[in-house]
Ligand binder design. Sequence first.
Ligand code: ARG
Length: 462
Amino acid sequence: MKMWSGRFRQPLDPEFEKWQRSFPYDQRLLPFELAASRAHANALGHAGVLSSEELSAIVKALEEIRRRAEDAPEFLNDPEAEDVHHFVEKQLAALIGPTGYKLHTGRSRNEQIATDLRLFVRQSSDTLQNLIADWVEAIVSRAEAAGSTSLAMPAYTHLQPAEPVLVAHWLLAYVEMFLRDASRLADCRKRANLCPLGSGAVAGATLTLNRQAMAAELGFDGPTANSIDATSDRDFAIEFVAALSLLALHLSRWAEEMILFSTPAYGFVELPELYSTGSSAMPQKKNPDLLELVRGKAARVMGCSTTLQTLVKGLPLAYNKDLQETQEPVFDASDTVIGMLPLVTGFMNTVEFNDAKMNQAAQSGFMNAWAAAAYLVERGVPSRLAHEAVGKAVALAMERGCDLQKLPLADLQAISSSFDADFHSCLGLTEVLALHDVPGGTAPRHVKRALQNARERAKLLR
Ligand code: ARG
C-alpha cells in the first residue's frame, strides 16, 4: 500500500512513479530510520497510543528488519518502495499486520527524513574526525622527522623562490589547515545534533509526544526549537558539505604541491610506487595518479556544496520535494572524502623526500637577500635603502653568475659602506633560518615548539 493513495482515483504514470523514488539511494539511511522509528514508537507507547503489546511487536519487527537487511542485501530489492520510510512501513505491515500501520501515527516523513539525515551527518562527522586524526598525525610524523635534521627547502611566493624554510615548517602549514577542517566539522556536528522528531509535517506532531525523550534516545542534545525550520532547513547538511569542500580544497592544494615537487624540475619528492601508475605508452613514466585524482575529486565535492546551496536558496518554507535532492550530494561528498583520507595518509607515510635536493634548492636563488638587507638594517641603514643596496648586489652577482656570498667585500662596499667583513657569515642557511625568530616563523627553535604543539592538538582529535 502507498502511504498517500486514498484521495487519488488514478495510479501514477509508471515512468513518473519510478523516477520520483528515492529508495535506490535513501536505503542507506535504513539504520537511522529504524532507530528514529523506535524512538517514535516508544513515545507513542508513553502517550498511550500504542498498547505495550503493540509497542513490543513494533520494536521487535524493526529489529527484524535491521537483521534481514544486514544478512541479505537483496532484502532491499523492493521496486515498489517509494523511499526508506515507505519501505519500513511495508515491511512492518508484512511482519506484524495492521499494527505495523500504527507506527506512523502523529508523524510525517518530513520530520523523519530531516532526522535521518542529521543522524547520517553526525555519524559521518565522527568517522571523518578519526580519519583526519590519522592524516594529521601522518603529516606531523613526517614534520618531526624532517625537523630533527633541520631539513630545509625553498618557500615560494608567486611560485618564485622566496625564502628558505624548514621542511617541518612547510608541513605544519598543512597541519593547521586540516586542524581547522576538523574543528569546522566538530562545530557543524554540534548544530546538527538536535532532533526534529515531533515536528510533524510542518506545524508539530498532532499528539503530545515527549520530544525530550525521543531526542535523548537517539543521542541528540535535545529537540529542535521550531517545527517549520526543522522540517525544511538543510543548513546542517550544507554546512557539513561546505566543511568537506574546504577539506577537499586543502587536500587539492597539497596534492598540487606534491605533483609539482615530484617533477624533475624540482625533484624534491620521490613518488611512492604504491600510489603511482605507469603509462601504457611511455615505458619510463611514473605518474602521480593518486594526487591528480585527489585534485579532481575536490572539484566534485565543491560541486556537491554548490548543488546543496542552490537547491535550498529559492525554497519557500517549509518542506518541498526538492529537498529529496539534498540527499545524494551529502552522501557523495561524504563518501568521496572518507575514501580519500586513508589514501593520502598512506601516501604521506611512504613518500620519500630528496633531502639533498631540497637543501640545495634552499641555498640557491638569492633566497638570502632579505637576510642580507636585514644585516644592513641592523647596522642602521633604513630598510628601504638596505633593500635597494642588496638589490644592486643581487644584480651584480647575477651578472657574475655567482651567489651573494661570493661577492668580494670591496664590490659590496662600493654599493654601501655599511657592508663589513662579517657580512658573508650572515648569509648561510642556518643564519637565514634563525633570523625568522618569531612564534609562527621558521626559526628552528620556534618550529620545535610548533611541532610539539601540533602533536598535542592532533591527539585531541581522538
Ligand atoms: N523521500 C522524501 C525526501 O527525501 C521523504 C519526505 C517526503 N515528504 C513528502 N511530503 N512527500 O524528502
